[in-house]
Each structure stands twice: as C-alpha cells, then as structure tokens.
Write a protein that binds this ligand. Structure first.
Ligand SMILES: C[S@@+](CC[C@H](N)C(=O)[O-])C[C@H]1O[C@@H](n2cnc3c(N)ncnc32)[C@H](O)[C@@H]1O
Length: 279
C-alpha cells in the first residue's frame, strides 16, 4: 500500500523539484561491472553468450575485445520477442548482430539443453560464458547448468543470473517452485499485493512470473547454489544486484579441475546417474 502511494507521488515530487529523478541502476550493467573487476579485458579469450535476446550484454562484452564470440539463442521458429507491451516474430539473425564489434563473431540458433552431445562437443570450450535471464526459462535446470560447465575450459568463468521463486515460504528452502498445472494457485506480485491467485487469470501489469507462459520452474536461491556445486563449479561469488526482495540472483563461478558429482555416492563408480547427462 505504502509502496503504491510512493510510486504514484514520486513523479509529481520530481516534477516540482522536491525529488531528484531516480533511475534504478540496471542490474545487467552491475553484473557486467562485476565481471570487468575480475577481467578488465577479454584479450585472447573465447566467449559464449546464451540467450542474448536484445543484444545489450553482447555489445558490452564485445567492448572487452574477446578473441572470438559465439552467441546462441533459441531457434526463431520456436519463439517470439515478448515484452509486456507486444509480441513480434524473432529474427533468424538479430539486426543488432551486425553492429557487434568483434571480428570472429558467430550467431547460432539452438536450444542449449537439447543439442546432441556431438553438437555440444563441436561448439568447443570457452574461457567465459555469459548467461543472464535464461536459466529459469528452462524446466531442466540442472542439465542446463551442467552443459554450461562442460562448455567451459578449466579455469573458465560462468556469469549466471536468474529469476528466483518469490513464494513466501518456498524461497527459504532448497527447492524449486513448479508452476504446473496451470490451474494451481500462484503468487501475484503487485506493488502492494502478494496474494496467491489462480494462475489461469490473464496476466496484468503486476503479473507474477508464475503466469508468464515461458516460465514453468522457479528455483530458490539455495537450489541454484546446490546445483552449481553438484555440477562442479567452485569459487562462487554472488554479485549484489539492485533487485527488490531478492527476486533474482547473480553470481560468477569458476570451473576448476573437479568434474562434479554424480547422483549416487554409494553405488557403482562412476555412477550410471551422471548429473546433467548420461555416461
Ligand atoms: C529473458 S531473455 C534474457 C535476455 C538477456 N540475456 C537478459 O539478461 O535480459 C531469455 C533469452 O534466453 C533464450 N533462451 C532460453 N532458454 C534457452 C536455451 N535453452 N538455449 C538457448 N537460449 C535460450 C530465450 O530465447 C531468450 O532470448
């Protein structure tokens, strides 16, 4: 309630000069800055970006002058550009790609989770993978993360950012909120309203991610950290991002020489249940 009043009154106060106009710092820029503190440039580095969509991070990453840059997004035939205002067909090769300042750049259509093992191997290995806003669009999130792990060279860095469950109870546990069936109750996140509502209701401005068509599984922060560890990532450093109520998280992690766990620590070794794939 208080938040809605503040939101309504702020533009007025800004207009009459009683408040300085305030721009939320863009969290993607904040993550990029955290990366540049670790790697001020990407000279000699091979990098991969998954799910660029608007290409804004692609531009930022290219400014660090990587040796080569592979950019992958879902095939355009299977997706649309969806914003809160409209939906447009996705281009096969996004218009912004030509403006990316990198000599060895490639745009590849593909769903990382469902490429064949050979297709994944053919991509090669990377010194840096940038993957923001993508994980939570994928139902098989552990498999997704393990693929990122396998695509990194030893010592390589993963920059990961994802949306998290907002559920008032689930967000404290090591678990995933499964937003299915669509008839279930889900959290409506409005300015002053955190009620559970039927997820079949048409999305509105305060729509919860639970009713966004391309989100079916929202992990908790602890779940993301557990998966990262299971995959074998080390030195996980969270990046503090300007997002209310910890509804998203960002981190930078390293692939060391440890190749990750298997599901079973008592059965045959190696276990037939490899994480994120089959042996
Ligand atoms: C919400 S947008 C994120 C855009 C941008 N990276 C950001 O941080 O805002 C998610 C993007 O990831 C892509 N994507 C989702 N799952 C993917 C997958 N398994 N393989 C490749 N691209 C994927 C989507 O097509 C979309 O372009």
């Amino acid at each position: 309630m208080l938040r809605s009043i503040k939101k309504a009154v702020r533009p007025l106060l800004e207009k009459i000069g009683l408040l300085t106009p305030y721009d939320e710092p863009n969290y993607r820029v904040v993550i990029f800055q955290a990366l540049t503190r670790k790697l001020p440039n990407l000279h000699g580095k091979k990098i991969l970006e998954i799910g660029p969509k608007d290409g804004k991070d692609t531009h930022r990453l290219a400014s660090l002058a990587p040796e080569s840059f592979l950019i992958m997004d879902i095939p355009s035939d299977y997706t649309l550009n969806v914003t809160s205002a409209f939906r447009t067909p996705r281009e096969k090769l996004p218009a912004w790609f030509h403006e990316i300042a990198c000599q060895k750049k490639t745009y590849r259509e593909g769903n990382l989770v469902y490429l064949t093992p050979q297709e994944v191997a053919d991509l090669g290995q990377f010194d840096l993978i940038w993957c923001t806003g993508v994980l939570y669009h994928n139902p098989e999130q552990l498999r997704f993360l393990k693929r990122l792990f396998n695509l990194l060279s030893p010592g390589g860095l993963l920059v990961l950012e994802t949306s998290l469950t907002r559920h008032p109870q689930l967000k404290h546990y090591n678990c995933v909120e499964i937003l299915w069936p669509k008839s279930q109750l889900c959290l409506r996140v409005g300015d002053d309203d955190n009620r559970l509502i039927p997820s079949l209701l048409a999305p509105d401005q305060g729509q919860s991610l639970s009713i966004q068509a391309n989100v079916s599984h929202l992990p908790s922060r602890k779940a993301v950290l557990s998966w990262m560890e299971m995959c074998g990532f080390q030195n996980m450093e969270e990046v503090e991002i300007p997002i209310l109520d910890q509804a998203r998280m960002a981190l930078i992690a390293t692939k060391g020489h440890f190749m990750g766990y298997t599901y079973s620590n008592r059965g045959p070794s190696p276990s037939p249940y490899a994480i994120g794939g089959s042996l």
